[in-house]
Design a protein around this ligand. Structure first.
Ligand code: PLP
Length: 379
């Protein structure tokens, strides 16, 4: 094992295992020169729809666009309130603000880091129109509770499944859904490091609703249903044919990729749970966890030092996310609506979380080296 090669996410190792298939898929698109809206795009959308058990999958340019297009398709108007978790990647809230909608941030649950459904219910006002739960780090938010609340208050639900493609949600009646297929619309990203990543930018929307699907298709293509007849303002957001061709290959491996992540997490758990200075990731009862990130909680006083100690041994680590959304400079103007004291959990997480290497190519020796290094820091 070469310690200097430990990475947060090993895309090269993953590629080398399927290189002939990927290279052939890319070459085929180049030979066809159908770079935009080529056959691979439709084929991938059909295959992903079948995998997810959802009626419509519509590709787009990236996960941020997927969220924006979803909110556009719902016909929300300036001033409408959209509830999102405070502890997530900025994209989720960025699009709300860009569309002139009002973001209402809600604290997260300390165990799953997903939106706190009790605080969510308290945040609802007559202006609330939609909720965007985020399935953070590979585990679903409490969708049963979220859908129940949404139904009572007549709200749309847009699932941000950018970090959880392929995760399973277990409904209380026993049936199982894939992340992103439970709300009115699901949005995902194929950013290279995501659980299903392409070789550039890509994203998709999911829905079981035919009229929302038609609206989404139109919006991603300049508001057009019939060529050069523009029914509404849309955007230019498409999944490139080359990316779709790559994703068709990688979709076949998605379950085995997620299983590799889960196996690595299981080993991390076993080795690290003995350490009183660490909190290992919690598992929700309602979802499996496909570990987009493996995120520990450590004492605030130790985090920086531990990260430096690991870096000295060639082990990278990352803080997702160091600043809760309500404290981001970009949202200063919105801070008035939210007092800092409303977010004890996301404030505490931002000072204590540390993500360690998690990808599909981690072997037992590397995991042992990483966990022994972590344990030796606390000795
Ligand atoms: C990655 C990510 C996005 C945005 O996806 P892009 O493809 O990078 O635009 C949105 N939400 C979450 C939670 C993400 O992790």
């Amino acid at each position: 094992m070469n310690n200097s090669s430990i990475q947060m996410c090993d895309l090269r190792g993953q590629y080398l295992k399927i290189k002939p298939e990927i290279d052939a898929a890319i070459q085929q698109v180049i030979d066809s020169t159908a770079f935009i809206k080529g056959k691979e795009v439709g084929d991938f959308q059909d295959e992903l729809a079948r995998y997810l058990g959802v009626k419509h999958v519509i590709g787009c340019a990236n996960g941020t666009d997927a969220l924006q297009v979803a909110l556009m398709a719902l016909g929300l108007k300036p001033g409408d309130e959209v509830i999102t978790p405070d502890f997530t990647f900025i994209a989720t809230v960025e699009v709300v603000v860009l569309l002139g909608l009002t973001p209402i941030l809600v604290d997260v649950d300390p165990f799953t880091f997903t939106i706190d459904t009790k605080k969510l219910e308290e945040a609802i006002t007559p202006k609330t129109k939609a909720i965007i739960p985020v399935h953070l780090f590979g585990q679903c938010a409490n969708m049963g509770e979220i859908m129940r609340i949404a139904q009572i208050h007549n709200l749309y639900v847009v699932e941000d499944a950018a970090q959880a493609l392929g995760a399973s949600y277990y409904h209380s009646d026993g049936h199982v859904s894939k992340a992103g297929t439970i709300g009115h619309i699901g949005a995902t990203s194929f950013f290279p490091s995501k659980n299903l990543g392409c070789y550039g930018d890509g994203g998709a929307l999911f829905t079981n609703d035919d009229s929302l699907a038609a609206e989404i298709r139109s919006i991603t293509n300049h508001g057009m249903r019939v060529r050069y007849h523009h029914d509404r303002i849309g955007v230019n957001s498409r999944l490139d044919t080359v990316q779709a061709a790559i994703l068709r290959v990688k979709l076949k491996y998605l379950d085995s990729y997620n299983e590799a992540r889960m196996a690595a997490a299981q080993l991390y758990d076993t080795r690290l749970k003995v350490c009183a200075n660490l909190v290992i990731p919690s598992r929700a009862t309602w979802s499996n966890h496909i570990f987009h990130q493996y995120t520990l909680r450590v004492n605030e006083a130790n985090r920086e030092e531990l990260s430096k100690f690991l870096a000295g041994k060639g082990i990278p680590s990352m803080v997702y996310y160091p600043i809760p959304l309500h404290s981001q400079k970009a949202f200063e103007a919105y801070r008035l609506q939210n007092s800092n004291s409303t977010f004890p959990v996301s404030n505490s997480l931002s000072t204590s979380v540390l993500s360690i290497p998690m990808h599909t190519e981690l072997d037992v020796d590397t995991i042992n080296f990483i966990t022994e290094s972590i344990l030796s820091f606390f000795k």
